[in-house]
Unconditional design. Structure first.
Length: 228
């Protein structure tokens, strides 16, 4: 049975994580609590399919704990990883805006806990919280810019360049521009290969070369990317 203290701790944890999301960062606490009261916390074990491409979109998800990958599948079943999302990130927002089916799959790669906000509650919240409304559309614009950056990187760079390009994109917003050393939660070689359109073996060799050349340092659970 869940005690009142456990419930309070979970709510505090949710508030702390949402405070790192670009929609709420630096805003007064009532903006966050207003969103929390409109949703519910749900959990999925690792390996669960949270969103399936083509289904109707009826909710927005804020990651409280865990990790997901956003994927597409080719005609022969080849998986393409579009992005890896962690605590504080959000997904599922596109279908809320255009009323079209989900554009990609989302799978839990670690045990996952999300604050889930229904479409109607999310739209109602935006209509009464102008600051978050404006930040939401700035966030969508940023997503478009990032997609353009990724396309350019995949088309123009070699494997090492594509890996570096992808790792910088995985860093938190603004970190790569301000820091000499950027720490990124370590993706698997398979995930990196799927993100840059290569193979695990090629990625392994490229990471080894980048380490030897002093561009990165691989540690347990993270990769350090040296910007200078």
């Amino acid at each position: 049975m869940t005690t009142k203290n456990q419930e309070n701790n979970k709510e505090v944890r949710t508030e702390e994580v949402l405070a790192r999301n670009p929609l709420f960062k630096g805003l007064e606490p009532f903006y966050i609590t207003g969103m929390i009261t409109r949703g519910e916390v749900r959990s999925w074990p690792s390996g669960s399919q949270v969103i399936i491409e083509g289904e109707s979109g009826d909710a927005v998800y804020f990651i409280i704990s865990g990790r997901v990958k956003v994927t597409l599948y080719g005609e022969e079943g080849r998986e393409i990883v579009l992005s890896i999302l962690n605590e504080g990130d959000m997904f599922g927002e596109m279908s809320i805006i255009d009323d079209k089916p989900r554009s990609a799959n989302v799978e839990a790669v670690k045990d996952l806990e999300c604050l889930v906000i229904s479409k109607s509650a999310f739209i109602e919240y935006l209509s009464t919280h102008h600051k978050v409304y404006m930040r939401f559309f700035a966030y969508l614009t940023g997503r478009l810019r990032e997609a353009t950056r990724q396309i350019g990187g995949l088309a123009l760079l070699d494997v090492c360049g594509r890996i570096a390009h992808t790792l910088i994109g995985m860093a938190k917003e603004g970190a790569a521009a301000k820091e000499k050393v950027v720490a990124i939660e370590r993706p698997t070689h398979e995930e990196l290969a799927a993100m840059i359109g290569s193979s695990r073996e090629v990625v392994s060799r490229a990471l080894k070369k980048m380490t030897q050349d002093g561009y990165i340092k691989i540690e347990k659970g993270r990769i350090l990317l040296y910007m200078e």
